[in-house]
Structure formats: structure tokens, C-alpha cells
Design a binder for this molecule. Structure first.
Ligand code: CP
Length: 306
């Protein structure tokens, strides 16, 4: 039997995505289900995480499974020089599922090729973060009542932000329009723009983060400047405070506008936004639990959720 992994959001068709979102809603209505009884998930986090690791681990626990793993690779034999391949082969001996975050782009795909068990990509470098995209789509669908024909403004580090790269691919099935707001140093890469061009998805690029752009948006997706991916610390210092969303900037925005952020935030959303009914980033992270329950069941072939 072919092993199913989630390496990239590009693997999922529109119907696959809608099925995951339907199942996420089922898990939100009833999160505790013994669908993973007797199974073990390994969370291998070679990079720091709060939400992704803890929500995946909560998802496994609420599904009745057990979790092994690490959150600090320096405590593992990779610090003695063990290769990623050998680490993955070892974990495949012990677990039924690998959930892995790694700093190298392509690491998840490589792991899925050598593992004898399913692998879920929990973020690989600046490349992809597919489970984040599914929880983002679930959040957008919940707050807008639909996914089709929305205007989505992506703000901040569009060069290194893997969540925005995955989100463009995930939204591509639903006739979106995008505004890309970034300084020159963090512009959306050509790969993502060509992807939009080839599918006829309209987008505009801006260096100024203006109220006019906010007022035209249904979703405002703020992102952190990814300090850990900059090779030049001076370049990071130049751009780290480039955009800060303040409450005064959303006064004239559409009533359906929701502000999303994959988190963690540093200072790109001021604290006076937190109490706005348009701020949705804390609920967004909560939605991650339900989306990840649905993803785990999908890769493990657990089809009977009721
Ligand atoms: N959004 C996200 O990936 O958060 P963590 O880095 O805390 O997992």
C-alpha cells in the first residue's frame, strides 16, 4: 500500500482541501475521539515551535494516540553527526507517523521518501507549511462563510515566510485576488508570482502599507520578519520594524475584514488591535488543533470519523 504523507499543499486538490475542512469542523464539534488508539506519533522538531508542535501533540492526544519525539535536536544523536536519513529510519522503527519541522527546504520531502511511515511537514525552511495553510483556510472559511472570490492582503516577510507561500497555493483553487505588501528586501519570490501568473490569479505589489489597501481587503494576513533566515544581520535590522498594524488603521475597513497572523508575532501587530472584533489570530491558532486532527486522520487513512 502506498504511504500517504503531507509534504506540500500542492498535493491537495480543491476537493481534498474541502474534505479536510469538513473534517476539521467535525473535530471542532467533538474533539475527543479514540481514532488513534494504539498508534504512536513522533514529533521531530529541528527548529523551535510553540503552536505547531503543541497543537499536533494535542491532536494526537485527543485522538487517543501517544506521542514521542524531541523539541531540541541538540539533545539527539543528530548532534553527534547522525544523518537525517538514519534519524528518520530509526523513528520509523518506533512510530506510526512522523511530524517534522526542519530548517532545510526539501527536508520533509526527503524524509517522506526514506521513511516507512507517513510524514507530515510541519515547516521546511522558507519553503512550505501545509498544515498552517489548512488551518488558515479553515479560519478564512469560518470567518467569511466562503473561500471563493476573496481579496487577501499578505504583509511583511513575503520572501522567507513559508506560510504565505503555502497560502497562495492553497487559495489558488478559490479565485482569490492578492495584494503583496513588502519592502524590496522581502518581496514575494518570482516562483510564487509565476504560479499566480500561470493560473491567471490577479495580484498587486506594494512597498507602502496603506489604509487604502486595508480597506479593500477581506483578509489581512500579517507576518513576522523571519530573523532566523537572514544571512545579513544588518539587513534584518533595516527591515525588522517595517510594518506595524495599529488599531487606528482599520477604522474604515470592511465589516467582514479579519486579521490573521500565523504567529509568533514580534511587533507587527500592536497590542491595541487585540481587542478589535476583527482580530482573529488567537482563534486562528486554536483552529489549528482541529485542522491537524483532520490532517492526521487523512494521512493515516482513518476515514470513518463518526
Ligand atoms: N505558526 C507557527 O508555525 O507557529 P510555531 O512556530 O509556534 O509553531
Amino acid at each position: 500500500m502506498k504511504i500517504k504523507s503531507l509534504v506540500s499543499i500542492h498535493q491537495y486538490s480543491k476537493d481534498d482541501i474541502l474534505c479536510i475542512l469538513e473534517n476539521a469542523a467535525r473535530f471542532e464539534a467533538s474533539p475527543n475521539r479514540n481514532l488513534m488508539e494504539g498508534r504512536v506519533a513522533a514529533t521531530l522538531f529541528f527548529e523551535p515551535s510553540t503552536r505547531t508542535r503543541l497543537s499536533f501533540e494535542t491532536a494526537v492526544n485527543r485522538l487517543g494516540g501517544r506521542v514521542i519525539g524531541f523539541q531540541d535536536a541538540s539533545t539527539t544523536s543528530s548532534s553527534k553527526g547522525e544523518t537525517l536519513k538514519d534519524t528518520i529510519l530509526m523513528v520509523s522503527n518506533y512510530a506510526d507517523l512522523i511530524i517534522m519541522r526542519h530548517h532545510l527546504e526539501g527536508a520533509a520531502r526527503y524524509a517522506s521518501e526514506v521513511a516507512g511511515i507517513p510524514v507530515i511537514n510541519a515547516g521546511d525552511g522558507a519553503n512550505q507549511h501545509p498544515s498552517q495553510t489548512l488551518l488558515d483556510l479553515y479560519s478564512i472559511q469560518k470567518t467569511q462563510g466562503r473561500l471563493d472570490n476573496l481579496t487577501i492582503t499578505l504583509v511583511g516577510d513575503l520572501r522567507y515566510g513559508r506560510t504565505v507561500h503555502s497560502l497562495i497555493a492553497g487559495m489558488s483553487h478559490f479565485k482569490p485576488s492578492f495584494h503583496f505588501v513588502a519592502p524590496d528586501e522581502m518581496r514575494m519570490p518570482d516562483e510564487q508570482k509565476s504560479f499566480c501568473d500561470n493560473l491567471g490569479i490577479p495580484y498587486t505589489e506594494h512597498t507602502d502599507f496603506t489604509e487604502d489597501i486595508i480597506n479593500r481587503s477581506d483578509i489581512l494576513y500579517m507576518t513576522r520578519v523571519q530573523r532566523e533566515r537572514f544571512t545579513d544581520p544588518e539587513e534584518y535590522e533595516r527591515v525588522k520594524n517595517v510594518y506595524i498594524l495599529r488599531r487606528s488603521m482599520i477604522g474604515q475597513s470592511k465589516s467582514n475584514l479579519r486579521i490573521l497572523h500565523p504567529l509568533p508575532r514580534v511587533n507587527e501587530i500592536a497590542s491595541d488591535v487585540d481587542d478589535s472584533p476583527k482580530a482573529y489570530f488567537i482563534q486562528q491558532a486554536r483552529n489549528g488543533l482541529f485542522a491537524r486532527q483532520a490532517i492526521i486522520c487523512d494521512v493515516l487513512g482513518i476515514n470513518h470519523l463518526i
